[in-house]
Design a protein around this ligand. Structure first.
Ligand code: ATP
Ligand code: MG
Ligand code: MG
Ligand code: MG
Length: 493
């Protein structure tokens, strides 16, 4: 089933259950705590917090999301994209656990010929919060899931709050068992690769009076109006319904991967097991290309331009990382003019504005690739000079110690010329020269510590919220996440 059809069925189903269909908000939303919208509930936050009265008691959407905190997972797990779409249904003081659970089950298990997704009920494994006997009983008695397939999990996995006093409540998540090719038996608490999380149902039920950490808070009492917030990963269910191993192989993403494989002469998937974590490095690079090209397309489409901080920096890193991955695959020509149109053609069915706005979008992306190519040229000259000096030094000392670039040289290449460490390692290695990677990492750590102190100072004054935890992680450790972008592409498996 095509992703566009999965989305249509979602909206049609919840519309038939009295939900108002609300269009996706743009990725950049008016919220000082957020770099990008990262969950379907974000545009509805004022309703959940009781700050505004919702115009409807039930709503549904397919929300564009970007989670920068998941960048490191891309290509390695089978289920994390930097851009993805979250299907959601929301109740504002209307239905609660029973209906939310019943509807989720019905949509997932109703035959495809009757408008559902037709998933095998035996392979669905719900989880509940450990003390939520009500949800446990609903899954067992109303839906009929055998007890052995219902897992109770603690606050760390199955409790939602915003990190501050206010609404909170238990979650119930639905996992799909992908089978023994994907990992070991035992349920989601044992193996989250084999048992893939597809849908999270959040039951906002309590007023929290104090929140000390994710798992440490005080419940003051029941909320007067109880709300439901759910999120299902559109790409995740698409991967199941299309019978592919991971998000990068679905209809909205794979054509870019395929084109990249053709351009680089690589045969994707030849050497991979089902387990994405043990894939060949070339396959990981190809997935990174496919994911990042699409995310860049969507970000530029929503008004982000490459820059040196904040949102612009995330986009810049994403574009550069895609270009880098192509180079690691042996492709040195301009890559984006070949790849971006492929992504646009796949996404325009759901987002027609990508087509009408493509001249602007592509110009921004291609200019960034050109700039990065110039960076590479500049850095390459510096690197070559440093490499020949290292060789001279080695020769003048009688050739006993191996030729080596210092940590400071590698750091300068990174910091001043935007030259990623893995490129330095690779290109020096090709000429028989080592790099003091430990020294480089120490200098990076020092820079990171400085950035952390800066970010902390900048962030002071903003309230933080749990649902945006990866944003906070990014805010507090900007350079850790960005650095990972640099080094990620060559880490194998
Ligand atoms: P995971 O534990 O797999 O990282 P999550 O618990 O962080 O997922 P939620 O915050 O519960 O995810 O989001 C609701 C749903 O959105 C998830 O059940 C999943 O289907 C989907 N989702 C979350 N993160 C991603 C991602 N990076 N790429 C694709 N889909 C995602
Ligand atoms: Mg996650
Ligand atoms: Mg999870
Ligand atoms: Mg979850």
């Amino acid at each position: 089933m095509e992703t566009a059809e999965i989305r249509r069925r979602w909206l049609r189903y919840f519309e038939s259950k009295g939900h108002s269909v609300v269009p996706s908000a743009p990725l950049i939303y008016d919220d000082p705590n957020l770099l990008f919208v990262n969950a379907g509930m974000v545009p509805f936050k004022p309703y959940f917090l009781g700050q505004q009265t919702p115009p409807w008691s039930r709503a549904t959407s397919v929300q564009k999301c970007v989670r920068t905190g998941d960048i490191e997972e891309v290509g390695k797990t089978s289920r994390h994209g930097t851009f993805f779409q979250m299907n959601g249904n929301f109740s504002f003081g209307d239905y609660f656990k029973r209906e939310a659970i019943e509807m989720a089950w019905e949509l997932l298990t109703t035959a495809q010929s009757e408008g559902g997704y037709g998933l095998d009920a035996e392979r669905l494994w719900p989880t509940v919060f450990k003390d939520d006997d009500e949800a446990f009983a609903l899954w067992r008695d109303v839906v009929g899931v055998p007890e052995a397939r219902i897992t109770r999990r603690d606050e760390n996995d199955n409790y939602w709050h915003m990190g501050v006093p206010g609404p909170g409540g238990p979650c119930s998540e639905i996992f799909f068992d992908r089978g023994s090719d994907y990992g070991v038996e035992g349920g989601p608490a044992v193996d989250e690769d084999r048992y893939m999380e597809i849908w999270n149902l959040v039951f906002m039920q309590y007023e929290l009076s104090a929140v000390r950490s994710k798992a440490d808070f005080d419940v003051a009492g029941e909320l007067p109006a109880r709300n439901v917030d759910t999120g299902m990963g559109l790409e995740r269910i698409a991967s199941l319904l299309q019978g592919v191993d991971n998000l990068y192989e679905i209809d909205e993403v794979f054509p870019v991967l395929d084109r990249a494989a053709e351009m680089t002469g690589k045969r994707y998937g030849d050497r991979s097991g089902h387990d994405a974590a043990h894939s060949h490095p070339d396959d990981v690079h190809l997935r990174v290309v496919a994911d990042h090209v699409r995310s860049s397309l969507m970000l530029i489409g929503d008004g982000v331009t490459p820059g040196n901080e904040g949102r612009g920096y995330v986009l810049r890193r994403m574009l550069r990382r895609a270009v880098r991955a192509m180079r690691l695959l042996g492709y040195e020509d301009k890559a984006l003019p070949e790849l971006l149109p492929v992504s646009k053609d796949r996404m325009k069915a759901s987002y027609p504005e990508l087509e009408t706005d493509f001249a602007r979008i592509s110009q921004i992306a291609y200019a960034e690739e050109d700039a990065f190519r110039r960076t590479l040229v500049a850095g390459t000259t510096i690197l070559d000079t440093a490499v020949s000096r290292a060789k001279q030094t080695q020769a003048s000392t009688g050739g006993q110690a191996p030729a080596q670039l210092s940590g400071a040289q590698a750091f300068q290449l990174h910091d001043t010329y935007g030259f990623p460490i893995d490129l330095t390692l690779e290109m020096a290695g090709e000429q028989g020269v080592q790099v003091d990677e430990g020294g480089f990492r120490r200098l990076m750590q020092e820079q990171r510590d400085r950035a952390k102190a800066d970010a902390k100072a900048k962030k002071a004054g903003h309230g933080s919220t749990e649902v945006w935890k990866e944003l906070r992680a990014l805010g507090a450790t900007d350079f850790r996440a960005y650095d990972a972008l640099d080094t990620e592409a060559t880490v194998s498996g």
